[in-house]
Design a protein around this ligand. Structure first.
Ligand code: ZN
Length: 398
């Protein structure tokens, strides 16, 4: 007799938590994912996946082959993580009470706990359930545990371009706090260059300090642009942040001749790149009318850490019935209807969505804990996610 997925997860609780802890204990900052990818592939083999391999970047790809004729489901999660910064024992994977983090109950603590090794471990464990119970699917159940998501998405790009590792439906397991995410905003990277005239710092009146001119414009952007960027009914607010600034020549005793600052704008469809560009241009124009020494221009931003501009995506429930199917699956497992949301941050989901594939998001953890010094995931949410993934596979691939 086939066990219900909730009984199976109860019986395999320790094994699931152990897999999550083992993944956290293998450091895998972006660009150094190979060992963690190998561990994921090993866990896939133990779980009974028909295919489990690792590519040159460290992306692990696993397949539970279906008997044919059904929809395939691809689960995507990244195994790289951001720097550990000031975390205490970031790779401990400690099982503890989450009260100090404001999450009472059992949690697993560590870098990548919610962003997003819990999601990846749940994808593998859901496959283990399907194989363990001999549940035959028609479509393939596939897992891509990818590298370099935090630095632009090279891992997922490689699995798509080199391996055509795709499916009829894609699930992104980034943290959704047990709700259903259907997309996210785009990301625009621009920079502004301000030109001045350098001179000896002991006689600053002989030059034009590009840094001072730049800070004038930064203040104008904060006061006159950011508060007026329109919101969108689906995606919510756009955000704009100035994140880096640099000067030339960058010497202690030289008034800088050039200053460049960088803008990260998470935009909605009603605030496209052309609009940001023209808004910046008109602020520059009006500032140069007030200040004849002000000389600036907007430039495309060079590739920094693989971070490029990209558009967002939204999986329209009216167009893709899988949204409703996923909602029903989640409601059955959790006993309550999930809220439809969009992520604040960007995901590799955009890379599939651009190909016309419906992309849905569901994953354990709260996105507010990602990238922080208290990164953790609730054990209960992690275990429930295994149930959701296994049930969704049966719904989509049956
Ligand atoms: Zn993430």
């Amino acid at each position: 007799m086939v066990s219900s997925v909730s009984d199976w997860v109860k019986d395999h609780r320790n094994e699931a938590v152990k897999l999550l802890q083992e993944l956290i204990r293998i450091p895998s900052p972006s660009g150094h994912e190979k060992a963690c990818g190998e561990k994921v592939a090993e866990a896939m083999r133990v779980a009974g996946f028909d295919v489990a391999r690792v590519d040159a970047l460290g992306d692990a790809m696993g397949v539970l082959k279906g008997s044919g004729g059904g929809r395939s489901l691809l689960m995507n999660g990244h195994i790289d993580h951001v720097p550990t910064a000031d975390m205490i024992e970031p790779y401990s994977g400690r099982l503890m009470d989450g009260s100090p983090f404001g999450s009472p109950g059992e949690v697993v603590y560590g870098r990548a706990a919610c962003d997003m090794k819990a999601g990846v471990a749940a994808m593998v464990m859901a496959g283990a359930y399907l194989r363990d119970e001999g549940i035959l699917l028609k479509g393939d159940y596939k897992v891509a545990a990818v590298a370099q998501e935090e630095v632009g998405g090279a891992g997922t790009m490689s699995t798509i371009e080199r391996d055509q590792f795709l499916a009829d439906v894609v699930l992104i397991g980034e943290a959704t706090n047990m709700d259903l995410c259907l997309g996210h905003r785009g990301s625009m990277k621009m920079s502004v260059v301000i030109r001045g005239r350098s001179c000896h710092a002991s006689a600053p009146e002989r030059g034009i300090n590009a840094l001072y001119k730049a800070t004038d414009l930064v203040t104008i952007i904060r006061n006159d642009l950011i508060p007026h960027i329109p919101a969108d009914p689906l995606y919510g607010k756009s955000s704009l942040a100035i994140t880096m600034i640099e000067v030339k020549p960058g010497a202690f005793n030289v008034v800088p001749e050039e200053c460049r600052f960088y803008i990260d704008c998470r935009n909605t469809p009603n605030y496209p790149a052309e609009q940001l560009y023209s808004d910046l241009q008109s602020l520059i124009k009006s500032q140069s009318m007030k200040d004849p020494e002000f000389n600036a221009g907007v430039l495309p931003t060079p590739l920094i850490n693989g971070q490029k501009s990209f558009t967002g995506f939204y999986t329209d429930p009216k167009k893709f019935p899988v949204v409703k199917e996923a909602e029903n699956v989640i409601e059955n497992v959790l006993g309550k209807m999930p809220t439809r949301k969009t992520w604040t941050f960007a995901t590799d989901g955009r890379l599939y969505s651009w190909l016309g594939i419906p992309v849905i998001g569901f994953g354990p953890g709260d996105e507010r804990s990602a990238h922080t010094a208290i990164e953790h995931v609730k054990v209960d949410d992690f275990l429930k996610t295994i149930e959701v993934y296994a049930s969704l596979a049966q719904k989509v691939c049956a």
